[in-house]
Design a protein. Structure first.
Length: 75
């Protein structure tokens, strides 16, 4: 998973191996080069090595994705 072109603290749309799409915030590498993310739905932070399933970055989360996320969690 190449993360060299991602914007620090950027919010990205991620596709999980199940096809589900989620929003994660890219937190960047730590002092040991482990790359960290925050799941915006759960608030949990994790490094890429801890994920036990396949996923990929679709791109920056669009306003439409953000609005849909807000509708789902505010109804």
């Amino acid at each position: 998973m190449p993360t060299t072109n991602l914007e620090l603290n950027g919010i990205y749309e991620i596709e999980l191996c199940s096809g589900e799409r989620v929003r994660w915030q890219y937190l960047g590498p730590d002092s040991r080069s482990a790359v960290w993310w925050r799941d915006l739905e759960t608030g949990s932070e994790f490094n890429e090595a801890s994920r036990m399933y396949a996923w990929r970055v679709i791109g920056f989360a669009s306003d439409e994705v953000n609005e849909d996320h807000e509708r789902k969690h505010n109804s």
